[in-house]
Design a protein around this ligand. Structure first.
Ligand code: NAD
Length: 330
């Protein structure tokens, strides 16, 4: 199938070209995001391949439809950036990569927890400047702590597995409890109980109207003093203004983010020569107890290879059968 792959970096092209040797689709690459301004580039393609920060709203989908696009192959798990109702009306199929490496995101979650606790980011800078003082680097044992895991799907389960290896007590919340989480040693509780009892809280649920700003002023108020909050899921799960207030008061003692509510204007680009216009993000960067990574939790060789394989497989399945087991429905 002729596919226009939007929003690509060199690493995407490398993994897609390697994997496509086994598929033989015609792949053309664009570096620009897919949105209403760029959708007409898809003229003559039956399929576009899009990423997590592309804008598949009604206008974009309408333009894609006019160009003859029948399939949008998302090379990510989340699909909160797609207007599914409009896609269905226009008969555009949406497919995704439901799981490419839940281990990658779970392991990055632990990287944030460990780095925040032992202040690895600060220690690294100090030692490079010849400052070997330990003042200000005091951490705590993770062993025996209570960790709250919100969302016990593929990634949440892996986080639970790793945390249990550290000797943590795990409390879980999910509207659809999963026996596997209990087998791993987690205990399901109500959300408020999790907020009240957890020393560390980690978010692994999808972004939906129900979970938008799940972490707001009210939620922060229920948490333990100096709680550690980790979000490797979706930025809009967290009301950034509320966590900034929590950081200023000391209610939140540690914040680890791989995602940010307004990340679309920042992440995945080298802006080191530019002035950051987002004052909320700039404020976050001033706290010594905050680590932000730029949506890199998924970014392992294994995950990129799996993403390319499942995406190209999805396109092939659609081409051959008109259907796809990884289609996204309303
Ligand atoms: P999944 O679909 O396997 O699991 C999500 C779980 O969240 C399900 O068990 C679901 O029942 C639960 N859930 C739904 N609504 C909830 C709510 N209101 N409160 C608590 N739990 C709720 O998804 P996954 O593969 O584990 O991925 C989780 C999220 O991680 C994705 O939605 C995506 O946003 C994010 N993600 C981030 C990266 C990254 O690089 N940072 C990469 C992949 C996925």
């Amino acid at each position: 199938m002729k596919v226009l792959v939007f929003n690509t970096k060199r690493y995407d092209q490398h993994f897609f070209d390697e994997t496509n040797k086994g598929f033989n689709h015609t792949l053309n690459y664009q570096e620009c995001h897919l949105d209403a301004a760029t959708a007409s580039l898809a003229a003559g393609c039956e399929c576009v391949c899009a990423f997590v920060n592309d804008e598949l709203d009604a206008t974009t989908l309408g333009i894609l439809h006019k160009q003859g696009v029948k399939l949008v192959a998302l090379r990510c798990a989340g699909y909160n950036n797609v207007d599914l109702k409009t896609a269905a009306e226009l008969n555009i199929e949406i497919v995704r990569v439901p799981a490419y490496s839940p281990n990658a995101v779970a392991e990055h979650t632990l990287a944030l927890i460990l780095a925040l606790n032992r202040k690895v980011h600060r220690a690294h800078n100090r030692v490079r400047e010849g400052n070997f003082a330990l003042e200000g680097l005091l951490g705590f044992d993770i062993y025996g702590l209570t960790v709250g895991v919100i969302g016990t799907g593929r990634i949440g389960l892996n986080v639970i597995r790793i945390l249990r290896g550290f000797g943590c007590k795990v409390l879980a919340y999910d509207p659809f409890p999963n026996a596997q989480a209990e087998q791993l040693g987690a205990r399901y509780v109500e959300l408020d109980a999790l907020f009240e009892q957890a020393d560390i809280i980690s978010l692994h649920c999808p972004l939906t109207p129900d979970t938008h700003h799940l972490i707001d002023d009210e939620a922060v108020a229920k948490m333990k003093n100096a709680v550690m909050l980790i979000n490797t899921s979706r930025g809009k799960l967290v009301d950034t203004a509320a966590v900034i207030k929590g950081l200023k008061s000391g209610k939140i003692g540690y914040l680890g983010l791989d995602v940010y509510e307004e990340e679309d204007d920042l992440f995945f680009e080298d802006l080191s020569d530019k002035v950051i216009q987002d004052d909320v993000f700039a404020r976050l960067m001033t706290f010594p107890n905050v680590i932000v990574t730029g949506h890199q939790a998924f970014f392992t060789r294994d995950a990129l290879s799996n993403i390319a394989h499942t995406t190209l497989q999805n396109i092939q399945e659609f081409e051959q059968t008109g259907n796809c087991s990884n289609r996204v429905t309303l």
